[in-house]
Design a protein around this ligand. Structure first.
Ligand SMILES: [Mg+2]
Length: 405
């Protein structure tokens, strides 16, 4: 069955919430992020401010130089969180298959929701309800897969409704610049430009073998996207039975430092996702594939659940030591899986002060990473990765695309 996926994105979210509250701010250049004489960056800018070149993530001082008559607001995170929750509740009325992406975007799989008429009519109904109940404007992209739906909603901003019919995906993407594809950061864009590739259509036409040899598995993912192919499902949060990350080394290795650092990185990715979903794991699995493709898994289960990076790492590091003590073979792949998940409010034991400190530390790290990218802050144990892997858009580009999420 052809899927029908919506990408729904609130326009200039923070600013629009402020404008909905104070109508005098409408149609004016408004910037949420703080006072322009303070350090800090633009969190959100109205389209009137964007016309002056102001962009999210830009230092406030620069935004002030570009648009001195803009109205600068401190903003209120609780207000945005509240608006976001109401937004998501509206979307959930249209389909249970809802995957929120941060506060102001979501994917909605409406395959088979003919009850509401055409996909287009359904999208109009969503726009109308969000406008009526929240006084906010959304852009909607409609397509058969996530990546095209996302780019479609971007193309229609602000206030857009862009539908890409089945079979039209490649033609829709072709004229757009490669940077519009998720996963194409500045480095990849630059590398493609050197090859004479600037448009998605050009990228799509490259032989897959060339893309793979030049950009690895992450490049293959981008190549699929460029061709309008994306099999990722819309996954409602909490549906996950387990959370895992794994990576294949560029070269088979027995280098302890590299193995440990990679393992630590995988643990941090798994831990971050557990905490993001407010989950803890009762079982942790180490997956190890040797150069000859023999694959082993080692699991440790406990009645005490955890989502602390340090604890997860301590478990898999020990399992790795045990496995390597038994067999001295080159390692091809390492993976970490957290399973037997429980909600993190339901702990059966009292946190001692040590694990409480670790929890605070992990949460602080999560906040920094959310703001500045995953590699903006690193523990000593992953620093070894810096020399080995290139970083793009704030994440390491490892061989497995799932790692770059
Ligand atoms: Mg948005």
């Amino acid at each position: 069955m052809t899927r029908c996926i919506f990408h729904i994105d609130l326009d200039a979210f923070f600013v629009s919430v402020e404008q909905a509250l104070v109508p005098e701010l409408l149609s004016k250049p408004v910037i949420v992020g703080g006072r322009p004489d303070r350090r800090g960056v633009v969190a959100s800018a109205s389209y009137e401010a964007r016309a002056f070149g102001v962009r999210a993530g830009m230092p406030l001082a620069k935004a002030y130089r570009l648009c001195p008559r803009a109205i600068f607001l401190q903003g209120s995170f609780p207000r945005y969180r509240n608006a976001s929750a109401r937004f998501m509740r509206i979307l959930a009325d249209f389909s249970p298959c809802l995957e929120p992406m941060g506060l102001d975007e979501a994917y909605l799989d409406v395959t088979g929701c003919e009850l509401y008429g055409s996909a287009r009519q359904l999208a109009l109904n969503i726009k109308e309800r969000v406008k009526r109940e929240l006084n906010l404007v959304v852009s909607v992209g409609i397509a058969g897969c996530k990546v095209v739906a996302k780019i479609a909603s971007d193309s229609g901003k602000p206030g857009g409704l862009v539908e890409v019919a089945p079979g039209q995906e490649k033609g829709f993407l072709a004229p757009l610049p490669v940077a519009r594809l998720p996963g194409v950061g500045r480095k990849t864009e630059q590398a493609l430009r050197v090859m004479g590739i600037t448009g998605i259509g050009q990228l799509a036409a490259l032989p897959p073998g060339l893309v793979k040899s030049r950009f690895g598995a992450a490049g293959m993912m981008i190549h699929h996207y460029a061709n309008g192919v994306d099999n990722r499902r819309v996954e409602p949060p909490g549906e996950a039975k387990s959370i895992s990350r794994e990576t294949t080394f560029a070269q088979d290795t027995l280098d302890r430092r590299l193995l440990q650092a990679t393992l630590r990185y995988l643990c941090e990715r798994v831990g971050a996702e557990l905490r993001q979903h407010s989950k803890q794991a009762r079982s942790i699995t180490l997956k190890l594939r040797y150069a000859d493709f023999e694959t082993i898994t080692r699991r440790l289960s406990s009645k005490e659940a955890t989502n602390a990076d340090e604890v997860i790492f301590a478990i898999v590091a020990r399992l790795l030591d045990q496995a390597l003590a038994r067999k001295q073979k080159l390692v091809r792949l390492l993976g970490v899986e957290a399973l037997n998940l429980v909600g993190d409010g339901k702990q059966l034991y009292l946190l001692d002060s040590m694990s409480q400190r670790m929890e605070h530390l992990d949460k602080a790290v999560d906040r920094i990473r959310k703001k500045y990218g995953f590699t903006s802050i690193q523990t000593g144990r992953t620093l070894a990765l810096k020399d080995i892997f290139a970083s793009d858009k704030g994440d390491y580009m490892l061989e497995t695309p799932s790692l770059s999420r």
